[in-house]
Ligand binder design. Sequence first.
Ligand code: TMP
Length: 213
Amino acid sequence: MKREGFFITLEGGDGSGKTTVLGRVAAYLQNHSMPYLITREPGGIEIAEKIRSIILDPAHTVMDARTEALLYAAARSQHLAEVVEPALQEGLTVLCDRFVDSSLVYQGYARGLGIEKVREINQFATGGRMPDLTFYLDIDPEVGLSRIAANRNGDMDRLDLESLDFHQKVRAGYQLVNDTDPQRIVVIDAGRPVHMVEQDIVRVLKDRILKDF
Ligand code: TMP
């Protein structure tokens, strides 16, 4: 029987450089002949991408926080069933841009629903599946938002339009959630040049993943 693959997630505030880092991690796995799959939340497959477009539509300013949390959980459940679980069973390393921690932080803490309440609905949605390793890219929200503004030519989604105060709450929420699982969640200072961020990530991958592979 094939050994189950590693499940690695990336977390961070908006503009923390997750997408760039994901590409670098993928290149690293490729160089070490580890088969992998890259995906993201909310999204990754048709049903979840449709849910994503409902959540992020700038016109949906009336969306209730609980509706939003349930939609994220619904997208996650489908994404796990259709993509993540089958890939892990096949022995692939799955790299996922955001997972349950995002909901705990954005919906549970920043929107004020309560981290434990949001954990409960996600427990139902995921059947308890959690990543083996999570990188949290920590960045000052002012720096993150200015990166987004510089890269997107003014194309903003509903969440980018949130106030700086909201993004600062997100960062504080991550600090709380990270403390609940310090073994799984590795905090990386993402305010530095990307090659330094990458060096830290490679060091952790060597320690945690390559030694078992
Ligand atoms: P992205 O820009 O990293 O693709 O994420 C889209 C937005 O969705 C981002 O602002 C964070 C937010 N989000 C949540 O609020 N809760 C969640 O569970 C997830 C996965 C994302």
